[in-house]
Ligand binder design. Sequence first.
Ligand SMILES: NC(=O)C1=CN([C@@H]2O[C@H](COP(=O)(O)OP(=O)(O)OC[C@H]3O[C@@H](n4cnc5c(N)ncnc54)[C@H](O)[C@@H]3O)[C@@H](O)[C@H]2O)C=CC1
Ligand SMILES: O=C(O)CCC(=O)C(=O)O
Length: 420
Amino acid sequence: MNSKYNPYDNVLSVVANAAGILGYSKSEYEAINYPERELKVAVPVKMDDGSVQVFEGYRIQHSTSRGPAKGGIRYHQNVNLDEVKALAAWMTFKCAVVNIPYGGGKGGIVCDPTKLSVGELRRLTRRFTAMIAPIIGPDQDIPAPDVGTNATVMGWIMDTYSMLKGHCVHGVVTGKPIELGGALGRGEATGRGVMLTTLNILKAMKQTPSDATAAVQGMGNVGSVSAKLLHQQGIRVVAVSDVSGGLYCADGLDIPDIISYLSAKRGNTLDGYKREGIRFITNEELLELDVTVLVPAALENQINETNADKIRAKIIVEGANGPTTVEADEILNKKGIVVVPDILANAGGVVVSYFEWVQNIQSVSWSEEHVNEQLKEIMDRAFDSVWDISQEKHTSLRTGAYLIAVKRVVDAKNMRGIWP
Ligand SMILES: NC(=O)C1=CN([C@@H]2O[C@H](COP(=O)(O)OP(=O)(O)OC[C@H]3O[C@@H](n4cnc5c(N)ncnc54)[C@H](O)[C@@H]3O)[C@@H](O)[C@H]2O)C=CC1
Ligand SMILES: O=C(O)CCC(=O)C(=O)O
């Protein structure tokens, strides 16, 4: 994270803007400016060399007004309280905009998972799970993967929680391995949602996928699947990047080949990929390419007041959470660049997590085809509602999404009578 920007201030500013348009007085929405519960833990781990290292971890529940808290767990060296608070709040508004019965939560551990052995990661995850166990559970708060975590980590969480309870609790976490009750389709769900959203925005703007080009920042879970599925839809993906830098080819990159390279390479990074006609570019250059669609799918604050003016994409589909700062958003709006906000564009992951939880608590299993059909239905409906309100109120898509989400969260809070 770029430490110059506080992502939680970003959340507060966007919420205040939507609440103002909705005509709420400060006291009517004040409560949603504060996370309901913040848990900070110090996690001691026996390292492979016999020493003990203590890691700082968080689980934050921003809101449970519309249902249990829901959201991922991040392992990254830059994790901090304000980042996790922002990520938790974005989950609240994301679940509200796609209208699934959850509030929002998020967790994180300050660590660099690429520098830990599998054994260290497993011990860290198990101890962290035990320390947050009092506040998680299928009816309370359901974690899932985020940056630096994956299905294997979710499996360890499920096992640790189940051992503490004395019975198998599949529904405590989503994004698990299929063998442990994971949903078919969850692994690709966020990228699939990004692809569906991209098709929706192109259609709304009367553009054809085969005439469109795309650049994707981040080649992890979200970025790589987004790139793969956009490529499959006939969109020319001209650039991709990750923490090691980027690749560019004006004629379009061979995305399946890049993904095979990444999965075979130790550390899963793009550096060292050499093919004819491909040029290496920096992450900064990627963001400033003249493409139809830019998909930032790495970390927060990538598009900020220092580079917003140089962005040449016509459309930004936010695969990452919080990739655009408030200042940059204003600049992009003035330039006429259409931004499909994170809480809508990357909601595919949590939607399929919801399907996983539903299957777990009912002990049923759905086919991947059914999962993908239901996902499309929810993503299309959410897109249409955001598009329509933005057209009606003459706002950006981000403001439109927050008008829907903030109203749903505030209404739920009021109906429950949490405040007078
Ligand atoms: N995994 C999920 O289901 C969901 C993830 N997200 C969001 O999507 C974003 C990416 O998450 P994942 O793909 O899960 O993480 P990941 O850990 O699988 O991948 C992260 C990617 O970003 C790259 N990266 C890291 N720092 C970078 C930098 N400074 N510049 C360029 N690339 C950089 C990494 O090399 C890697 O390719 C995050 O903002 C996350 O919160 C949002 C919804 C769901
Ligand atoms: O699948 C989930 O529950 C949440 C995924 C997530 O952390 C996110 O959407 O940012």
